[in-house]
Write a new protein. Structure first.
Lengths: 111, 118
C-alpha cells in the first residue's frame, strides 16, 4: 500500500459544481497534513493546512479523519481558475523529517 | 522577498555529463529539500537538509550529491547524468511552527528546473 494515495482523476466538473477529493495515508503517527495546488508546468503551492477540527478558507474546506486515516478537500462553486492538480501532503516529524506527497488529483472545471 | 529561486530553468545534458542545480531561499528557513517529479510518480525526495552543515538522503538519492553551502543555499549535483534522471527538479524550504500537539512545517517551492538527459 502506498503511503499516501489519491484518486488521480481527472475530475471534469461544470462551473459552479461542488467537488470533493479524498486522500488516504498509511502512517497512523503522521503529524501534519496539507493540500497543495499545482498548475501545469508550475511548482506546487500551499492551498491550505488541514487540522483535526476541520478548516475553511472561502470556497475550500479541508477535513482530517485520524481514525480512518484520510483527509478531504471540498471545493464549492467551482471556478475555471480552480483547474489544477491537487496534491495531498503528509508530514511525519521525528529524527527524519519525512514528507510524502500523493501523486495528485487532476481537476478540470468546464465552462 | 524572492522566496525560493532555482537556476537554471531548463537544461539539456548528454549522458555522462555533470551539472549542478542551484537553489537559494531568502526566508531564513532552516530546512531545505530537493525533489524530483515524474509523471505518475508524484514528488519524490532526493535529499534534504535540516540545517546548515547537515544533509540526509531521501527516497531516491542514488546518482546525486548535495551541498548545504550556507543557510540560504542548497545545491544538487549530478556527477554523471543518465537518461533516467530526466525529470523536473524542485527545491523547497520550510521552517517548523509550533501547533497544538507538535509542529508543522509548510514547504515553499522554487519554480523548478526541467532537465533532459539524452
Amino acid at each position: 500500500r502506498k503511503e499516501v494515495e489519491q484518486d488521480p482523476g481527472p475530475f471534469n466538473v461544470p462551473e459552479g459544481a461542488t467537488v470533493a477529493f479524498n486522500c488516504t495515508y498509511s502512517n497512523s503517527a503522521s503529524q501534519s497534513f496539507f493540500w497543495y495546488r499545482q498548475d501545469c508546468r508550475k511548482e506546487p503551492k500551499l492551498l491550505m493546512s488541514v487540522y483535526s477540527s476541520g478548516n475553511e478558507d472561502g470556497r475550500f474546506t479541508a477535513q482530517l479523519n485520524r481514525a480512518s486515516q484520510y483527509i478531504s478537500l471540498l471545493i464549492r462553486d467551482s471556478k475555471l481558475s480552480d483547474s489544477a492538480t491537487y496534491l495531498c501532503v503528509v508530514f511525519n516529524s521525528g529524527g527524519y523529517q519525512k514528507v510524502t506527497f500523493g501523486t495528485g488529483t487532476k481537476l478540470q472545471v468546464i465552462p | 522577498n524572492a522566496g525560493v529561486t532555482q537556476t537554471p530553468k531548463f537544461q539539456v545534458l548528454k549522458t555522462g555529463q555533470s551539472m549542478t542545480l542551484q537553489c537559494a531561499q531568502d526566508m531564513n528557513h532552516n530546512s531545505m529539500y530537493w525533489y524530483r517529479q515524474d509523471p505518475g510518480m508524484g514528488l519524490r525526495l532526493i535529499y534534504y537538509s535540516a540545517s546548515e552543515g547537515t544533509t540526509d538522503k531521501g527516497e531516491v538519492p542514488n546518482g546525486y550529491n548535495v551541498s548545504r553551502l550556507n543557510k540560504r543555499e542548497f545545491s544538487l549535483r549530478l556527477e554523471s547524468a543518465a537518461p533516467s534522471q530526466t525529470s523536473v527538479y524542485f527545491c523547497a524550504s520550510s521552517e517548523a511552527e509550533p501547533i497544538a500537539g507538535g509542529t508543522k512545517e509548510t514547504q515553499y517551492f522554487g519554480p523548478g528546473t526541467r532537465l533532459l538527459v539524452l
